[in-house]
Design a binder for this molecule. Structure first.
Ligand SMILES: Cc1cc2nc3c(=O)[nH]c(=O)nc-3n(C[C@H](O)[C@H](O)[C@H](O)COP(=O)(O)OP(=O)(O)OC[C@H]3O[C@@H](n4cnc5c(N)ncnc54)[C@H](O)[C@@H]3O)c2cc1C
Length: 325
């Protein structure tokens, strides 16, 4: 790990004033610390934003939607009464990530902006495409946890559980810099390798993520999230799905189905969403939608099992969101 200057920012403006090529911003530090130790980052300056006041609040309710401060921890999101009751996918995504200790440190903003866990990207020994090299080693290497969609250039999977839930819920991020503020839909914020090979999102070097915005769900809408990992105690998912099901009478009027750990960005299952619209949610339609969700998958040499796994996780999550027992 390199020697660096440490700065405690106490206001948003102070934090923004410290941003730039020479700085790395630290929230909970779970990912940042790993990256420093792995030699992935060696910044001259670390800007600690945990000392910024007022960024750790959850405001709003089911009727207005939520405004979540970037320093809200995963643990706080998991147990917040409004999030838990009305935005179940978000609460469960937060509550199933990592371990209780990590959830107490890890922030919502840091979770969305953490870097990928691909072992080639994380290892000093591999100068992969994402680090400016000319090879994606996972294409012909150890790829059992890698992407099954959108993997032709770089096969990372997006690491953020909150990202998966946020895209399903139609959420946005608020980004602030000395140039002002902008709101970006989560679905457009995360960028595939073809759009940005060396980063995973549209955050500019001089921007701070200042809020996560979740719109209200319709009165008949319910959401659910399922994570499958190799072990329950702590792990990144090998498959995760967030779904929102909205009904008009007996039929689904709108379904939002997003697969995490499936692609370099949270992956929307558009064909499955279309298939459900206008139909009742039953075991049969959920099964058909799950089949549609995996159409077009391009598994690599060692991750074909994820295709079947996702088919099952999509079906289970839809039944859960729809309250079909
Ligand atoms: C054993 C283990 C298991 C895990 N399992 C899961 C899992 O199942 N699901 C999951 O989603 N994650 C999982 N994680 C990852 C963990 O949740 C993230 O590392 C954590 O959420 C990052 O949050 P942080 O506050 O510590 O971010 P930091 O490490 O402080 O920051 C992460 C990145 O975000 C940037 N950043 C942070 N906040 C802001 C901001 N407000 N504005 C601009 N940039 C910002 C930082 O500069 C940095 O690049 C796991 C981690 C471990 C160690």
């Amino acid at each position: 790990m390199n020697a660096f200057e440490w700065v405690n920012a106490t206001t948003v403006d102070e934090a923004i004033g410290q941003l730039g090529a020479a700085s790395l911003l630290k929230a909970g530090g779970v990912d940042v610390l790993d990256r420093l130790k792995e030699g992935l980052d060696a910044p001259p300056r670390l800007v600690n934003i945990r000392t910024v006041k007022g960024l750790d609040r959850i405001e709003g309710d089911a009727a207005t939607g939520l405004r979540i401060g970037p320093l809200v921890t995963l643990a706080a999101l998991d147990v917040h009464p409004v999030v838990r009751k009305s935005f179940v996918a978000l609460a469960d995504a937060a509550g199933h990530a990592a371990t209780p200790q990590i959830r107490n440190m890890a922030t919502a903003g840091g979770n969305l902006l953490q870097r990928p866990r691909c072992w080639y990207f994380r290892s000093r020994d591999f100068h992969c495409l994402k680090k400016g090299g000319d090879t994606c080693f996972s294409q012909h290497g150890e790829n059992q946890y890698h992407a099954i969609f959108g993997n032709e250039i770089c096969a990372i999977v997006h690491p953020s559980a909150l990202g998966t839930a946020l895209v399903a819920l139609g959420g946005s991020v608020e980004l602030a810099s000395s140039r002002g503020k902008r709101i970006v839909l989560a679905e457009q914020f995360f960028l595939p390798p073809a759009a940005a090979l060396e980063r995973e999102n549209g955050l500019a070097e001089d921007e701070l993520l200042t809020a996560i915005v979740v719109p209200p769900l319709g009165a008949s809408a319910r959401s659910a999230y399922t994570k499958v990992g190799e072990k329950e105690s702590f792990d990144w998912p090998i498959a995760e799905v967030a779904a929102v099901v909205e009904r008009s009478g007996a039929n689904v009027s709108r379904a939002s189905i997003v697969l995490g750990a499936a692609a370099p960005v949270p992956h929307r299952a558009t064909a499955a969403e279309k298939l459900l619209a206008g139909k009742p949610l039953t075991r049969e339609t959920a099964r058909a939608a799950a089949r549609a969700a995996i159409e077009g998958a391009t598994p690599l040499s060692e991750n074909r099992y994820k295709v079947t796994l996702f088919e099952n996780v999509v079906r289970r999550t839809l039944l859960d969101a729809g309250g079909v027992r």
